[in-house]
Design a protein around this ligand. Structure first.
Ligand code: HEC
Length: 167
């Protein structure tokens, strides 16, 4: 009787061992081509609230209709940007101030113009700007631009956001 039991035990062990082998092999095979696809950043557009885009800010610019990009204005704007803004801003990296690509996508052109032309009042009274001022250590100084200069910088930023790839 004991022999039968032992035999049965051995057979059972063998069966289990046989069944396990293919399983283990399966586990060891490397997974077929990784299914992970390069992720595209889709969160950004979701973050942009309609409320902000319709905020025109406080200042002289009540309504600004944008036409096709004017390359002459872009040139002037780029020079002004380099001398008056680049110290604190880039398109894609946080410097002293926020990266401007996002800001261009978030705000109406009127908001940007009013911020440039009426900086202090915007910082003191506009809800979004009040929060920004709190967030950043430095407060953006009034860049002291004429309306044409501010408009040229806006044109440069529009163009840069469209033509320069994200870094
Ligand atoms: C001395 C540094 C400095 C300079 C120069 C400067 N900025 Fe700023 N900018 C800031 C800071 C800091 C903020 C964050 C808000 C604040 O503190 O006013 C900001 C905010 C902004 C914002 C975004 C506001 C928002 O909604 O978050 C825009 C747009 C902007 N700046 C554009 C410009 C342009 C265009 C120029 C050049 C004419 C310029 N800035 C020059 C520091 C600067």
């Amino acid at each position: 009787m004991k022999k039968v039991l032992i035999l049965a035990f051995i057979i059972l062990t063998l069966i289990i061992a046989c069944k396990q082998t293919p399983k283990q092999e399966q586990v060891q095979t490397p997974p077929a081509v990784s299914a992970e696809e390069p992720k595209e950043d889709t969160t950004e557009t979701a973050e942009i609230s309609g409320a902000e885009k319709s905020d025109k800010g406080i200042g002289p610019i009540k309504e600004l209709k944008l036409a096709a990009i004017d390359q002459n204005m872009v040139k002037t704007g780029e020079q002004l940007f380099q001398s008056k803004c680049a110290l604190c801003h880039t398109l894609d990296q946080k410097k002293v101030g926020p990266p401007l690509r996002d800001e261009m996508e978030e705000h109406s052109p009127e908001f940007i113009m009013n911020l440039l032309l009426n900086t202090e009042e915007m910082q003191q009274k506009n809800e979004h700007m009040k929060a920004e001022v709190k967030e950043y250590v430095t407060v953006m100084p009034d860049p002291e631009l004429t309306q044409d200069q501010a408009r040229a910088i806006l044109e440069y930023l529009r163009s840069a956001v469209e033509t320069e790839p994200k870094k």
